[in-house]
Structure formats: C-alpha cells, structure tokens
Design a protein around this ligand. Structure first.
Ligand code: GLN
Length: 351
C-alpha cells in the first residue's frame, strides 16, 4: 500500500480484514513493534466493532456508509501511531488494576510493572483506617487504585505538574466519586495556590427491612443507611513535600522519575518524545529522587510507617543502600511479574 492511509487506498470496497491489514502494514512500515495489535485496537475503536463481530464479518466488504463514517478517524489515528504517538495517548485511556484511567501527554502511561507496588500495599495493609500518600501521582493510578480497591479512609496524591493533577482529578471524578453504593459525594477546592482539592465519598450498604422495604432515610435523625463509611481523596500540587500540610502518614508510596538523564534519550520514541520527561528523568544516576524521598519521607511518617517505591530493575541494591543510610528498617526488594526487581519497601522505627 502507499505510504499513507489518509488517502483512500482501495480500488474496490475493502473487507474488514483488508482494512485491518492496511493499517497494520502502515504501522509495521513505520517500525511499530506490535503493528497488528495496535491496528486492531484503532480499528475497533474507530469503527466501534468488537472482536466477535470482526471475526464473523472479516471477509465481508464494509458497508459504504460505515466505511465513510469510520475511515477518516481510523486513517488519521493510524498516521498518528505511525509517527510513534503511543497507542494509549491516541485512545486516551489505559487500564490499570482493572480500572480505566484517562491519560494524555501530561502523565506517564500507567505500566503493568506498577501494579506490583499497588498489590504489595493492598496485601500488607489490611487495616483500612490508615492514611496513605502517593507522591508523584501522575494520572493518579497508584493513589486511586488504593482508594477504590483498598477502600482506605484517607488517600492523598501529590504532583509537581498541574497538567498531571488535572488528569488525576478527572480520574478521581470517574473512579472515586462513582463507586459502588455511594450515598453522597462532594469535592471542594481547598486552595487555589497551592492547588489543593478534597474529594469525599460516603458509601453504605442499603439496609432492607424484613418486608424488603428499604430503610434508606428511615433511620431517625440521620436519613442514611445503617453502615455509612466516609472516605477522602486529596489531590495537591507540591514539589515533593514543599506544600504538604504537615500531617503524618502511615504509608507513602511513590513511582518517582528514575531513569538516568542520559538513558532517557535512548528510550523508544513513544516514551522519549511523547511521555513527559519530568515523569521519567531521575537526573544524573537516576537515583536523585530516592535520595530526596528517603530523607523527607521519614519526617512525614508515623513511627512504624512504611514506604513503597517503584524502582528500575537494576536499582534494588542502590536504593536499599540509600534507605539503610537513612535508618529505615526491614528493607525488602520485591520482584514484578516478569521476575525483575521492581519495588523497594521499608519501615521507619516504631519508637
Ligand atoms: N517504568 C517507566 C519506564 O520504563 C519509568 C517510570 C519512572 O521513571 N518512574 O519508562
């Protein structure tokens, strides 16, 4: 096929399979590694066709009306992907911990590696009545997964980037404010500069009376179902702890920028040219933010508080050393699903 799909390249009406093949060929020519898969996602989204219907109809010609509606969108997206814009930025979302996160070029695309960190906290912290901070939250994927799946009483999430906080706020509105059994939700801007926003939800199981009639609103004085739980999600702009309000946390999680500056330039074009450098670049040796966090976190944790940091696969020993030097205890390196070092966790002294 020609070097661009924006012009209409078919002489006769194409089948669904031919449409897909045309997209895949263009992507593979541009050096995209999962060309076939990416073309499929773009086709599916542009034409609103699912896998089952595609498989049933793959050798049928696409209805002219359908083709006319979907072609321009599909072709334009294939071209963007061919220029190495990440698939997730084109589709505007990425799944993480089974939740759908909206993303754009202001935030790091949530990685499967980072699920290891969230899973570790969910496993270790069974007490929901704790206070958690996600430092360098980006899209909000760590903090919001913990708030939604772990149902912790209070989760805060900080980032230096206002663009990132806007994305995290959208995600908080679509994931935190709209959970199961929400009775009431509220969001308020606590301050403009520094930007701070507090979201609260009250959830509760609706209690049914013995005749099946809802007791909602029937409880004297409250108007609420019987078991009401209040949880909070706070988002704030901060250069690490510069704008923290001085509260103490039980857990601080972070996926800070950790790629050495020189290595950032060698990353795939999708990452290097389209994801925010601010979220990737860990300065000289990639360890800058671990040194800062190791020093700062201990001042912001309760005695016996815990830290969970995502790390690069070759940074386990170095980050362990940094934490040892600052007096952290029970330092452990956790591996991700492919078996690489991915998370370091540790505790502060209990006294
Ligand atoms: N894991 C990310 C990558 O490989 C980097 C994440 C980070 O720097 N925090 O691109």
């Amino acid at each position: 096929m020609s070097s661009t799909v924006t012009e209409y390249p078919f002489e006769t009406a194409p089948t669904w399979q031919e449409l897909l093949d045309a997209g895949a060929a263009r992507l593979s020519e541009a050096g995209v590694s999962e060309a076939g898969l990416d073309a499929w996602y773009l086709l599916s989204d542009s034409f609103s066709i699912d896998r089952v219907h595609f498989l049933m109809d793959r050798n049928r010609t696409v209805h002219p009306g359908t083709l006319e509606k979907g072609w321009a969108v599909f072709a334009e997206r294939i071209e963007r992907r061919a220029s190495r814009v990440p698939l997730q930025q084109i589709l505007g979302c990425q799944e993480f911990m089974g939740l759908s996160f909206q993303i754009n070029d202001q935030v790091l695309i949530p990685r499967q590696d980072t699920e290891t960190l969230v899973e570790e906290i969910l496993k270790d912290c069974q007490d929901r009545n704790i206070e958690i901070l996600d430092m360098c939250t980006g899209s909000g994927c760590i903090g919001l997964s913990l708030a939604v799946l772990g149902r912790y009483r209070s989760v805060s999430a900080a980032d230096i980037s206002e663009g990132a906080l806007k994305v995290a706020l959208k995600n908080a509105r679509s994931l935190f404010m709209i959970q199961k059994n929400v009775i009431r939700s509220q969001s308020k801007k606590v301050s403009e500069t520094p930007w701070r926003m507090e979201l609260s939800v009250w959830t509760g199981e609706e209690q049914k009376g013995c005749n099946g009639v809802s007791l909602l609103g029937n409880r004297p004085g409250t108007g609420h179902p019987l078991e009401v739980e209040e949880r909070r999600f706070t988002l704030f702009q901060s250069d690490l702890f510069s704008e923290d309000d001085g509260r103490l946390y039980d857990v601080i999680a972070s996926n800070p920028p950790y790629i050495p500056s020189a290595v950032v330039d060698d990353l795939e074009p999708e990452v290097r040219d389209h994801e925010p450098r601010l979220a990737l670049d860990g300065l000289e040796d990639g360890l800058h933010f671990y040194r800062q966090l190791a020093e700062e976190c201990r001042k912001h944790l309760r005695p016996g508080g815990r830290i969970y940091f995502e790390i690069g696969h070759d940074q386990g020993t170095a980050v362990t050393g940094i934490l040892e030097e600052k007096g952290y205890r029970n330092i452990q390196v956790i591996k991700d699903a492919p078996g690489l070092d991915r998370v370091v966790k540790a505790e502060t002294a209990k006294d």
